[in-house]
Design a protein around this ligand. Structure first.
Ligand SMILES: Cc1ncc(COP(=O)(O)O)c(C=O)c1O
Length: 387
C-alpha cells in the first residue's frame, strides 16, 4: 500500500496546478520585480496579479498585503514590530495559552524586554472565554494576538466578538490564521482585524511563502531590514514563482470548495471516532467534534498507549500522523495545548495523536487508518495484559 499522509496541519503537498504554475514562472518569469526593464515589469505584473487574488480572498486591498516567508515571519513581524512601534502607549499584550510557537516565542522575547503578556486560559474544549478577555483588557493594552483556529485540536476563537470589542480600543488586533485560511471564509473588515498571518504550504501551495495582512493605517517599520521591496515593508527580492503559485493555490479555494472540504473532513472525524469505538478501541476526542470547528484537525486520546509507540507503529504500518505539537517533525515535547486544556498530569498529554486531513485524503485511507489503529491498539493492549 502507498503510504498514507494524515498530517496536513503540518504541511500539504503542492497541487498539480500549483506545480504547473510554479514551473512555468520559474522558466519564464525570473526577473527581479524591482527592476524597470521588461523582465522586471513582467515579474511585477505576475506578483501584483497574485496580490489581487489574495487581497480579494480576505476582503482586503492590495496595499494591505505584504508577502513574507510564511506564517512564522508574519507572526513575528506583527507582534514584535507592533510592540516596538507602540511601546509609548503601553506595554501590555493579550494572547492565549494555545498559540503556535511562532506567536509564543516572539512574545517570550518581548517579555524579556519588559513587556507584560496575559495568556488567556482555555477550557477542556480548547476555547477561551470572552469574559476572561474583557477582564484582561486594560487601557495600556497595545496588542491582542489571538489565533483564528488551533492547529492541534481545531478549536476556533471568537474573532468577530473580539474584533467588535476592540473597535474603540487602542489595541491593535492580530490573528494567526495559518490553519484557518483556505478552510473558512475570512473577512478582515467584517471582523475588524488589523493584522492577519497566513502561510501557503498549508493550502497545497509552496513552502516559505505567506503574507501578512496589515490594515491601511497600521504602520510599523519593516522587520526584515534592507531593500525597499513590498512598499518598504519587507526587504528581500520577491520569489515570483512562489508568489504566483500561492495565488493559484488560493484561487481554487472558492467558498463552495471550502464548505465542501469542511463537510468532508467533519465526516472523516466522525468516521474515525465511530469506527474505533465500534472496534472496541478505548478512545476519546481531545476537544470536541462540531461542524464549526476546524474540521481538518482531529486530536484523539488512545487510552493507555503512549504517543510515541502509536506514532512509530503507525509509521511502520505506512501512516503519517503527528505525535507532538504542531509542525515540528519528530517533536514529542508534551503539547502545551493539551496541557492548557487538561493540566500537566493528564494521561492525555502522553497518550494522544493528531490526525489531519487535506485535499487528497480519501474515505478509503480513513478506513485503512481505522483498521491499522485497531490492530496496533489490540496488539499493544494484549502485550501489556500479559506482562
Ligand atoms: C497556527 C500556526 N501558526 C504559524 C505556523 C508557522 O507557519 P510557517 O510554517 O509558514 O512558518 C504554523 C505551522 O504549523 C501554524 O500551524
Amino acid at each position: 500500500m502507498e503510504p498514507v499522509y494524515l498530517d496536513n496541519a503540518a504541511t500539504t503537498p503542492m497541487s498539480e496546478e500549483v506545480i504547473a504554475e510554479m514551473t512555468d514562472k520559474m522558466n519564464h518569469v525570473w526577473g527581479n520585480a524591482s527592476t524597470t526593464y521588461s523582465f522586471g515589469r513582467k515579474a511585477h505584473t505576475v506578483m501584483e496579479d497574485s496580490r489581487q487574488i489574495i487581497a480579494d480572498s480576505i476582503n482586503a486591498a492590495t496595499t494591505e498585503i505584504t508577502f513574507t516567508s510564511g506564517g512564522s515571519e508574519s507572526d513575528n513581524t506583527a507582534i514584535v514590530q507592533t510592540a516596538i512601534a507602540r511601546q509609548n502607549l503601553g506595554k501590555h499584550i493579550i494572547t492565549t495559552a494555545i498559540e503556535h510557537e511562532a506567536v509564543l516565542k516572539p512574545l517570550q522575547y518581548l517579555e524579556s524586554q519588559g513587556f507584560e503578556v496575559t495568556y488567556l486560559p482555555v477550557d477542556q474544549n480548547g476555547n477561551i472565554s470572552l469574559s476572561d478577555f474583557k477582564n484582561a483588557l486594560r487601557d495600556d493594552t497595545i496588542l491582542v494576538t489571538i489565533m483564528m483556529g488551533n492547529n492541534e485540536v481545531g478549536s476556533r476563537m471568537p474573532i468577530h466578538e473580539i474584533g467588535e470589542l476592540l473597535k474603540d480600543h487602542q489595541a491593535w488586533f492580530h490573528t494567526d490564521a495559518v490553519q484557518t485560511y483556505g478552510l473558512l471564509d475570512i473577512d478582515v473588515k467584517r471582523d475588524h482585524i488589523d493584522m492577519l498571518s497566513t502561510s501557503a504550504h498549508k493550502i497545497n501551495g509552496p513552502k516559505m511563502i505567506g503574507f501578512l495582512y496589515r490594515r491601511n493605517g497600521i504602520n510599523f517599520p519593516s522587520f526584515v531590514k534592507g531593500g525597499e521591496q513590498e512598499d518598504k515593508r519587507r526587504a528581500g527580492t520577491e520569489n515570483i514563482p512562489a508568489i504566483a503559485a500561492f495565488g493559484t493555490a488560493v484561487s481554487v479555494l472558492t467558498s463552495a470548495e471550502k464548505r465542501a472540504r469542511q463537510t468532508k473532513y467533519f465526516e472523516f472525524k466522525n468516521r474515525i471516532i465511530n469506527g474505533l469505538q465500534a472496534n472496541g478501541v478505548a478512545v476519546e476526542v481531545n476537544g470536541e467534534i462540531k461542524p464549526d470547528n476546524l474540521n481538518h484537525v482531529l486530536n484523539i486520546w488512545l487510552k493507555g498507549i503512549s504517543t510515541y509507540v502509536m506514532q512509530t507503529n503507525l509509521d511502520l504500518a505506512g501512516f503519517a500522523i503527528s505525535g507532538g505539537s504542531a509542525c515540528t517533525a519528530g517533536n514529542l515535547e508534551p503539547s502545551h495545548v493539551l496541557t492548557a486544556m487538561y493540566g500537566e498530569n493528564s494521561p492525555r498529554i502522553s497518550e494522544s495523536i493528531r490526525i489531519s486531513f487535506g485535499r487528497y485524503t480519501t474515505k478509503e485511507q480513513i478506513d485503512a487508518f481505522i483498521q491499522a489503529v485497531t490492530k496496533i491498539a489490540n496488539r499493544l493492549t494484549e502485550k501489556s495484559e500479559v506482562s
